[in-house]
Design a protein around this ligand. Structure first.
Ligand code: 13P
Length: 249
């Protein structure tokens, strides 16, 4: 059975106290939710262990992880450290990591493999920039990001992965993909997963949409057969808006 997921990526927002309040509010509203979607929050690294103590039903994700397990990598946080803090998911390959920190597909593949080997479930992001879409290269870009990023994963491993399609032109811009644009790409991704893995893996794969998703547009996006939830940025910073998106299912 394919899992429905709504995940909140807080990015570099909230100081500890505000983050703890937000997590508490999300946990409270989650208990009253009307949908069966799994709710995940991805606070900044500094908040994870404190937030973990405040949540029960809500699952915890990190926003990134290191590509090595331990050692002299100043400033990095390893998947094992995240697991030891109670983290279950990790966002890998967000376009902000790809663009601002030059993270390429090979490096992201290392992160995915290490995260899986340490017991984390990757939320692997892909997405094209506007110029690539306008030049008709969008499907080639997504194919390469997924072919390389998810290379050499076993069936057991790929079954732990969630894919998030986040068109870069829709992130934080207020310009949301139309339901048809989202469905078209999600269908392409599911077909690609059949090609790279198999039918069963693709059928069970949760595919999230991300990019200016709000309470007002979530239900028409989620109504698509290949959209299994959302990865929410700005609207996840208000518990009421975030849970309104969850309840849009
Ligand atoms: P916004 O919802 O703010 O557009 O961000 C989407 C995103 O990048 C989630 O990872």
């Amino acid at each position: 059975m394919r899992k429905k997921i709504v995940a909140g990526n807080w990015k570099m927002n909230t100081l500890l106290k505000d983050g703890m309040e937000l997590a508490k509010a999300v946990e409270k509203l989650e208990k009253e939710k009307t949908s069966d979607a799994l709710v995940i929050i991805a606070p900044p690294f500094t908040h994870l262990s404190r937030v973990k103590e405040l949540i029960e039903n809500v699952k915890l994700s990190a926003q990134d992880c290191a590509y090595e397990a331990s050692g002299a990598f100043t400033g990095e946080v390893s998947p094992g450290m995240l697991v030891s803090t109670g983290v279950e998911y990790v966002i890998i390959g967000h376009s902000e990591r790809r663009i601002f920190y030059n993270e390429g597909n090979e490096l992201l593949n290392k992160k995915v493999k290490l995260a899986l080997s340490e017991g984390l479930k990757p939320i692997f992001c892909c997405g094209e920039v506007l110029e690539q879409r306008e030049a008709g290269k969008l499907f080639d870009v997504i194919r390469e990001q997924l072919e390389v990023g998810l290379k050499d994963l076993s069936t057991v491993e790929i079954n732990e992965v969630v894919i998030a399609y986040e068109p870069v032109w829709a992130i934080g811009t207020g310009v949301v993909a139309t339901p048809d644009q989202a469905q078209e790409m999600h269908k392409f991704i599911r077909d690609l997963v059949v090609e790279l893995f198999d039918e069963q893996v693709a059928e069970n794969m949760t595919l999230l949409y991300g990019g200016s998703c709000k309470p007002s547009n979530a239900s028409e996006l989620f109504a698509n057969p290949d959209v299994d939830g959302g990865l929410i940025g700005g609207a996840s910073l208000k518990a009421e808006d975030f849970l309104a998106i969850v309840n849009a299912y």
